[in-house]
Write a protein that binds this ligand. Structure first.
Ligand code: FE2
Length: 294
């Protein structure tokens, strides 16, 4: 994918509401309202549980409430928590898990964010992601033939280093699931550099990571059955960006001290594998944008 073409498509991403997108990228509103759903999942991120001067207990409780309500009202197969579950305090991962996430009424999977610190103490309950959650920080979940590939972009205990995802690992996972009707990739840190080609800030920025992260985007954009990529980290973003023919989505945030209205993202897949996604402004209880996943 040439940089020029990327630039063009990134520009297109800025005007997603406009009618200039190809017809097959019609908005999800065009799908029949009464279509039968095969799967419904949610993506939420950035709880920052434990951050000083924020009502973090309430915010975690709110998220659990939103998700359980989704499950009760419309059904929810899975929840993905896309990084920054906590705010630099290792032991908070356990408190969040045991005090709040244990109340979720659907299976949930956690992606590691740059504020989620592991302990360097050998034998500690938080010495590895696997010890806390039962799976590694690079991890694939399969549900109803769909693959959800969660890729780690964080240093073990440093919030200011944003890493490229492990391209070799991603490539091997994509190969394993080449016949899946769809792959969704969850990556906490936006792999496009801060403000390049019209993209928002807070992307990969370290000079040693930029090229590697672009190679990850090339892989995401050249793997035919990757249907959507989900990022957290940037609390201001709650909509879609396009690069190549791939769609990248943000979901605002659940906690922390800054950002757009708090909320989460829903993805719905019907029996013909038609997919669409929308963001929910949970503060107002309303849908705020909707896009197809062609
Ligand atoms: Fe983050």
């Amino acid at each position: 994918m040439s940089t020029d073409r990327r630039g063009f498509l990134n520009h297109a991403a800025l005007v997603t509401a406009a009618t200039t997108l190809p017809a097959r990228w019609c908005r999800g509103k065009d799908l029949p309202v009464n279509r039968k759903l095969k799967m419904r999942f949610a993506v939420a991120s950035d709880l920052h549980y434990g951050q000083g001067n924020t009502p973090y207990e309430k915010m975690a409780e709110d998220m659990v409430g939103w998700m359980n309500k989704e499950k009760e009202n419309k059904g929810l197969d899975l929840l993905f928590i896309n990084g920054d579950l906590t705010q630099d305090k290792t032991e908070m991962l356990l408190s969040l898990r045991d005090r709040h996430l244990s109340k979720l009424k659907m299976p949930y999977y956690c992606n590691k964010g740059n504020h989620d610190y592991l302990s360097s103490k050998k034998g500690s309950l938080t010495e590895s992601w696997k010890k806390i959650w039962g799976y590694d920080s690079n991890h694939t979940v399969v549900h109803k033939d769909f693959a959800f590939v969660l890729a780690d972009t964080s240093a073990p205990a440093k919030s200011n280093v944003y890493l490229a995802a492990n391209r070799d690992w991603l490539k091997a996972e994509f190969k394993k699931h080449a016949k899946a009707p769809g792959i969704f990739s969850l990556i906490h840190i936006q792999q496009r550099k801060h403000k390049v080609a019209g993209w928002p800030e807070h992307g990969v920025s370290d000079l040693t990571q930029i090229e590697k992260a672009e190679a990850v985007m090339d892989l995401l954009e050249s793997t035919a059955n990757v249907r959507g990529v989900f990022h957290g980290h940037n609390h201001n973003q709650n909509s879609m960006w396009i690069s190549g023919e791939r769609r990248y989505f943000f979901d605002s945030h659940v906690g922390g001290s800054w950002g757009a209205a708090k909320g989460y993202r829903i993805v719905e897949i019907d029996e013909q594998n038609r997919m669409m996604t929308y963001q929910v402004n949970a503060e107002k209880g309303e849908e705020i944008n909707r896009n197809d996943l062609p």
